[in-house]
Write a protein that binds this ligand. Structure first.
Ligand SMILES: Nc1ncnc2c1ncn2[C@@H]1O[C@H](COP(=O)(O)OP(=O)(O)O)[C@@H](O)[C@H]1O
Ligand SMILES: [Mg+2]
Length: 464
């Protein structure tokens, strides 16, 4: 080893000692101003306590916000986070300790979220609540889902000195979120979030459809309602006798025969019952719907036109359908939950349902209306008009194979026709409108209105 080597090694060793000291200093200073603030609240260095993270479906964020705000008002504070857009990406640990971005206390981020069909609430989308729980300081980072950066669920991250206290905090939070929930007793629909696969809840006004608005063969509507709602009314008795409450109802029949209308009447009748309605792409959220149904019993989960999504996938077995069946299976038998499914294509579903028996315990056909029902349908939709009973009877006789939606459209066409002639709607308009609708030029219209006769004519022509 010559002189030069020795000098170099001494220099390197000195440098390394210096580097170590700098690194140590940096580790000590790594807490962000936000981390300092939270440490001061907790009375302990935040970098030494674990972050306990609880994901929350975004549609429960309002519930969490209600509870946490109440606890905060009882003695706590809310701080937001300064530090640019990166705060949305950063995990809680990075917000609190970070050598690169010096996240600092600032204003909280807020979002508007629905709390009912006509109401919203301003909730914290990103903020830190400094609370005292059971006399012990606790910090909570509250976040909304934010698909743009890959956050599919909302979350609360809890920090505290004592793991027992943190667990107790989360337990109480879950309980209180159920107690104060804005979802209970509401009619909710779940759809895809704008930017991704997460779900967003929407509130629907409870429909107002009277039993007199639904024309079905005698006894059909009553049986559906009794099965969906009556079973819950005998809850104690059934459970006492070891019988399950959970039930699955399938309404099937051609398009336009009143399946959706029947469901709307059922929802209207089920005042106080929590209802989750899924249709189209929203059907993908069936597990979330089942979770809501389980938490907020008594409840109804409506799955509209389940065949559509099942067929879209061109696969067998249809994954969605099995997901639905799994969701049904996953609920305890004593859950007061009714699954109501509708379909125009029972043939598509039947094999899967037969393969796993017992999930659907009432399958009701809503058939094409027979003559007496067609008369009642026309009378219903013409109730404010002066058609004679004979004209209604004649029209009903001519409309074999058509549906309730056809009856409604027929009456509307009659009114339009009369209006075009500046006349009061009368029997002749009803007959003329029917001629027009039944004319061969309107076959497609009739099919759109669910006319099986038109479909059959098309098939005979080879035009379908
Ligand atoms: N059984 C029925 N009783 C009364 N109106 C009906 C009936 N069937 C259909 N309609 C009318 O047609 C419309 C469409 O029916 P809908 O319930 O959507 O049919 P589906 O869901 O079976 O395809 C209803 O809103 C209603 O105005
Ligand atoms: Mg429908």
């Amino acid at each position: 080893m010559d002189e030069l080597d020795r000098d170099l090694m001494v220099a390197v060793a000195t440098y390394l000692r210096h580097a170590g000291a700098v690194a140590e200093q940096e580790t000590r200073d790594i807490r962000t101003p936000l981390g300092e603030r939270v440490s001061a609240h907790l009375g302990v260095d935040v970098t030494t306590v674990p972050v306990v993270s609880e994901p929350i479906p975004d549609h429960r964020l309002v519930d969490a916000d209600l509870v946490l705000e109440r606890w905060q008002e009882a003695g706590g504070s809310l701080i937001g986070i300064r530090g640019g857009d990166y705060r949305m990406h950063a995990e809680t640990a990075e917000l609190l300790a970070n050598p690169h971005t010096r996240f600092a206390p600032g204003p909280a981020d807020y979002l508007e979220r629905p709390t009912g069909p006509d109401t919203t609430r301003r909730v914290v989308g990103l903020g830190v609540r400094l609370l005292v729980f059971d006399g012990v300081p606790v910090a909570v980072v509250q976040r909304a889902a934010y698909e743009r950066v890959g956050r599919e669920t909302a979350s609360v991250d809890v920090l505290g000195r004592d793991p027992e206290v943190v667990s107790g905090f989360l337990r109480r939070l879950r309980e209180e979120m159920v107690a104060v929930s804005v979802l209970r007793g509401q009619v909710i629909t779940l759809a895809h979030a704008e930017n991704g696969v997460g779900s967003r809840a929407g509130f629907l006004p409870r429909p107002r459809v009277h039993s007199a608005d639904v024309v079905l063969p005698d006894g059909v509507l009553a049986e559906i309602i009794a099965h969906a709602l009556g079973i819950g009314e005998h809850r104690a008795l059934l459970l006492g006798l070891g019988q399950h409450l959970k039930r699955g109802i399938l309404l099937y029949g051609p398009p336009g025969t009143g399946k959706t209308l029947t469901v709307r009447h059922l929802i209207a009748d089920a005042v106080g019952t929590t209802v989750v309605v899924l249709r189209g792409e929203g059907l993908g959220h069936v597990q979330q719907a089942a979770a809501i149904a389980r938490t907020f019993q008594p409840s109804i989960v409506v799955l509209e036109d389940i065949d559509l999504v099942a067929m879209e996938r061109h696969q067998y077995p249809q994954p969605l359908l099995f997901e639905v069946l799994d969701a049904l299976d996953g609920l305890d038998g004593d859950a007061d939950v009714a699954f109501v499914m509708t379909t125009n294509r029972v043939d598509v579903l039947e094999p899967a349902l037969a393969e796993r028996p017992g999930r659907v315990d009432l399958a009701m056909e809503l058939p094409l209306p027979a003559l007496p029902e067609r008369v009642r349908l026309l009378a219903l939709y013409a109730r404010n008009l002066a058609f004679s009973p004979e004209a209604l009877q004649r029209a009903a006789e001519r409309t074999a194979g058509t549906t309730g939606s056809f009856a409604k459209e027929l009456v509307r066409s009659s009114v339009l026709l009369a209006a075009g002639r500046a006349e009061e709607p009368a029997d002749e308009h009803l007959a003329a409108a029917l001629d027009e609708l039944l004319g061969s030029g309107r076959r497609l219209t009739r099919r759109m209105l669910g006319d099986e006769g038109a479909a059959a004519e098309d098939r005979a022509d080879g035009s379908a």
